[in-house]
Design a binder for this molecule. Structure first.
Ligand code: HEC
Length: 130
């Protein structure tokens, strides 16, 4: 599939040239991974896919946002196995700073931290009786 190939090529470029082109990568990675549902405009589809443009959730605390995209939620797939820390931070920075959004950038280290926290939380839930 050319899609997987393109994604691999993009990841490679992101890995080689890291922060300087983060926003450009974030845009193409968003368009490849997220826009089928949330649309390239970030406006989503009413009643099906929430708008990311203007969303307080998207511009709010980065960890809860990152965890949501790592683990997925309701009709949204999990991305933890498909996107590495650099790619996900580029996407999240893009959605937090595009379409009039004014969130702070998300660093790859923030994504790494959210992964660890999400794993710990999942383990704790698994230990509970219900
Ligand atoms: C297959 C469709 C689909 C794809 C692809 C998808 N999402 Fe979603 N997304 C959803 C749906 C559906 C919801 C609402 C989930 C719910 O009802 O809790 C959602 C919710 C969200 C939310 C929470 C919004 C809020 O205000 O609560 C964020 C943030 C988000 N998606 C970001 C992303 C990002 C970033 C990507 C790409 C890495 C992505 N999504 C890819 C369908 C998708």
């Amino acid at each position: 599939m050319t899609f997987a190939y393109r994604l691999a090529a993009l990841s490679l470029v992101a890995g080689l040239a890291a922060p300087a082109i983060a926003s450009a990568d974030g845009k193409s990675l968003f368009n490849d991974n997220c826009s089928a549902c949330h649309q390239v405009t970030g406006k989503g589809v009413k009643g099906a896919f929430p708008a990311l443009a203007g969303s307080p959730f998207v511009q709010g605390p980065p960890q809860v946002l990152t965890t949501t995209v790592l683990n997925g939620r309701a009709g949204m797939p999990a991305f933890k196995d498909d996107l590495n820390d650099a790619d996900l931070s580029a996407i999240l920075t893009y959605v937090r700073t595009s379409w009039g959004n004014k969130g702070a950038a998300v660093q790859p280290a923030d994504v790494a931290k959210a992964r660890v926290a999400a794993k710990a939380a999942a383990k704790a839930r698994g230990l509970q009786a219900h």
